[in-house]
Design a protein around this ligand. Structure first.
Ligand code: FAD
Length: 307
């Protein structure tokens, strides 16, 4: 069996692999797609000590760093089921194989919920964005819209209003769902407008970047357009934890509940990164959490009896 088996090969999993392997213990990493969300990222400007890089380049460096150590890298492997036999943790793969380990680190990340309207995919990273902390500064002085009037949408609109020229917040429902204190803050800002009962139906562009969106007024039924340079979609971040339902404690949002050491409700199983309850989903945070989970797994191992 592995001493530490990591499930998920994004920044959290890569950091966990490096930290575990450096303890000289048997380390494996199984990932559906090594690199995770970073593969889909164009510019990264907030990874501290690296002023500017690109997602695919960072993934190459992550893989190089992991392979510098004796790590069994199993790419293109999806985990389907997690269980514990009292001694070892079992991770069942979609391929049919089962991996066994003394400790497991879950770092399967998350994915942004999409609007699923024409233009959204074509203009992803060309004006369509999902992360205001990441891409907000790219729209300095421009006009953007935020889709979604829950807490994350309203927080994004407040955040962006300090950077961009104008923010239009678009909500499907007849009212915003964010906390009252956030709504008050939002309404106090001079460069924010709010449109409710609006269903976004299309992202438009000039072929190379976003130039607006089309929405349907759900009260009048009329179709309207807004000219824009950017669209931040804030309708939910979905943790990749469906396969863990029933085996581990998850939050109501489906995030793996972890304590300050990254421990989950299953003994010997730790978790890190966007799939957990740890707030603020960022590369640098996921890496720190991955390192922490690996040290916690090691700490767990040295307290177990030698097999
Ligand atoms: P992920 O990166 O999501 O990786 C999850 C890993 O688990 C992947 O390898 C995936 O294939 C694998 N996996 C999932 N399910 C399974 C399964 N069942 N079995 C096996 N493997 C599985 N953050 C920043 O700090 N700066 C930025 O500029 C930035 N820009 C972003 C731009 C975009 C478009 C997106 C989508 C995100 C951006 N982020 C940015 C956020 C950042 O990418 C994430 O916070 C970070 O990647 C989370 O790392 P993670 O390792 O927890 O998960």
């Amino acid at each position: 069996p592995f001493d530490v088996l990591i499930v998920g090969g994004g920044p959290a999993g890569a950091a966990a692999a490096v930290y575990a392997a450096r303890k000289g213990i048997r380390t494996g990493i199984a990932a559906e797609r090594f690199g995770g969300q970073v593969l889909d990222t164009m510019g990264i400007e907030n990874f501290i000590s690296v002023t500017e890089t690109e997602g695919p380049k960072m993934v190459q460096q992550l893989e190089q760093h992991v392979r510098h150590y004796d790590v069994d890298v199993m790419n293109l492997q999806r985990a389907d089921k997690l269980s514990h036999d009292g001694e070892l943790v079992h991770v069942q793969l979609a391929s049919g194989a089962t991996l066994k380990a003394r400790t497991v680190i879950l770092s399967t990340g998350a994915r942004w919920r999409q609007m699923n309207v024409p233009g959204e995919n074509e203009y992803r990273n060309k004006g369509v964005a999902y992360c205001p902390h990441c891409d907000g500064p790219l729209f300095k002085g421009k006009r953007v819209s935020v889709i979604g009037g829950g807490n994350s949408g309203v927080e994004a609109a407040i955040d962006l209003a300090g950077i961009v020229n104008h923010v239009t917040l678009i909500e499907y429902d007849s009212q915003l769902r964010a906390d009252a204190v956030l709504q008050r803050k939002l309404h106090s800002l001079p460069n924010v407008s709010v449109i409710t009962s609006a269903q976004t139906t299309e992202v438009t562009g000039d072929g190379s970047k976003v130039n607006g969106l089309v929405y349907k007024d759900r009260v009048s039924g009329e179709t309207r357009t807004i000219a824009l340079d950017g669209i931040f979609v804030q309708i939910g971040l979905l943790p990749n934890s469906e396969w863990l339902k029933g085996s581990l404690e998850l939050s109501p949002r489906g995030e793996i509940i972890v304590d300050a050491k990254g421990a989950t409700s299953m003994p010997g199983v730790f978790a890190a990164g966007d799939v957990t309850t740890v707030p603020y989903k960022q590369i640098i945070i996921a890496m720190g959490e991955g390192a922490k989970a690996a040290l916690s797994a090691f700490d767990h191992l040295i307290r177990q009896q030698a097999p």
